[in-house]
Design a protein around this ligand. Sequence first.
Ligand SMILES: [Zn+2]
Length: 439
Amino acid sequence: MKKTQRCWNEKMETLSADEFHAVQSAALRKQLAYVGKNSAFYRDKFSVANFDIKDVKSIGDLKKLPFTVKQELRDSLATQKPLGRHASTGIENVIRVYSTSGTTGVPTYIGLTRNDRLLWRESANRAMWTCGMRPEHIVPLPIGTFFIAASYGEAIENLGSTLVPVGVGATDRLLGAIRNLGANFILSTASFPFYLMDYCEKKGVDTRTLGIKGFMVGGEPGGSIPELRKQVEEGFGAVVRETMGNGDIMGLMWGECEYKNGMHFLGADTCHVEIVNPDTGDVLDIKKGIKGELVYTSLNRECQPLIRFRSRDHVKVIHTNCACGRTGFCIKCIGRTDDMMIISGVNVYPSAIRDVISSLSPDTTGEILIRVDAPLPAVKPPLKIKAEHGEKVKDLEALKSKIETLLREKLIFSSDVTLVKPGTLPKYEYKAMLVEKNY
Ligand SMILES: [Zn+2]
């Protein structure tokens, strides 16, 4: 009756390099022609850059076009309500509007036409299937439905799994769904499993008896930090896989397969991605080991297609050929421009610091809090970090010195570490706050 959906889009996820190029190039030409005709914002932008969209023959020509940055979208939305000058269609064709969380200012509004909504669903389904979600799973969603997470809900239903909307701040309801309904696959932020573990401990619930089979985590870097992932996998007896999207582009378009070695790009016909040097904007060749910022271009959007949108997400390419058969390259997210610190000329991300400190488990718990005294990115060394030590540590001075040495060796900056008792630093139900701003 209902559990018949199969969301492995084999054709689009296993394209050869030539096929991929052809699919993306054809979609790009069509998208640019549409945007040039319908978006006042892009018409002006291309004209200022003295650019004729007819000059774009293939995806390789995209680098000739200027970037789009978030502030431009905010300005565009402020200039023209409700959906901005960048919108390519009127509100009469829009069936849903999401707002981004607005962590760095006023929220931006993202409109979806009926086709946009189907495209988002298709892309989310590819990510969910890649991350191991299957029709037999019962999936409680501990995310607020006012953000783009609502699109995850309809994708879960489309895949054929059983959706149980729970929402933020309803952990008892979530535990109820697990115990009474047999909910067993959780889509959440990377912080949530830790919050749930802590919550269960306080309630005297053994997490290994809950029967959770999988966590699909995203929304923040952290899901791929090996020691933290191990804590969740062992704590629940469940598998952790990571996913990622971008609120302005598409709910989800990255997913980690059973080989658990980074998230595959699953866009193909739905969006294009470039990796650029965040300082120079130069496009980098996608190969193992490169690091840079993701830049997205919509390929099939109707309401607000974006061209070369700077995501501010910084990633590392883990590999480009995977035994699962998917041909999209695999990445790990290492941080965001907004979180980046520059300490004595070196770029450092809070999640990288957490990665290094958690590698000393069980002497550390992996919980940290960085304190900065002035606006980022420049930070005067030594960086002040609070870190929880493990239960059984005896010599705190030696551990402090070990952490400071390791941070200097791995991330090339000097630190001043204060060790605090396990369980002292806050656990976050939504997203972790790793930086405390003391100014
Ligand atoms: Zn794979």
